[in-house]
Write a protein of this length. Structure first.
Length: 152
């Protein structure tokens, strides 16, 4: 992400999350959702997946603090969870109105950065990382199974 100006680094994902959370909260106040809820539909929580910090210059708990909000789930990598237990603390939660999301996204556009392409790249990289972790887990299970079968 060398093309992202320093003052915007590590801000697009949070801005997109704020925009997403606003859309989610808007849905929960809609007549469409109220009708579904009154018919017994359970609340579907918003999922933030694997929110560890990749940028070594950023806070190791950046995304835990930035994405905290009611009715969300955050799958936190162990290293990040331990860091949060050590020196974390929550401040404000995600704003229901999206906060500064649109102005941050506009700043990316003004800097000549295609925020949609950058967001797509980050999502792709995140999905690839998840797949890699899944494959690693399956390989470890297979290896343990082979070891146990051979010794058993």
């Amino acid at each position: 992400m060398g093309k992202v100006p320093k003052e915007l680094q590590d801000r697009l994902g949070i801005a997109i999350a704020k925009r997403t959370y606003k859309a989610y909260r808007d849905l929960l106040t809609s007549s469409r959702w109220r009708k579904a809820a009154s018919a017994g539909a359970p609340l579907q929580r918003l999922l933030w997946a694997s929110t560890g910090t990749k940028d070594p210059e950023a806070s190791d708990i950046l995304y835990i603090k930035a994405l905290a909000a009611p009715d969300t789930i955050n799958t936190i990598p162990e290293k990040t969870l331990l860091a949060f237990a050590d020196h974390g603390g929550l401040g404000e939660v995600l704003p229901e109105d999206g906060g500064d999301a649109e102005s941050v996204i506009a700043a990316f556009a003004k800097a000549g950065i295609d925020d949609e392409q950058l967001a797509a790249d980050l999502q792709r990289e995140g999905a690839e990382s998840f797949v890699d972790s899944w494959k690693d887990l399956l390989n470890r299970i297979s290896s343990k199974s082979t070891t146990l079968t051979a010794t058993g």
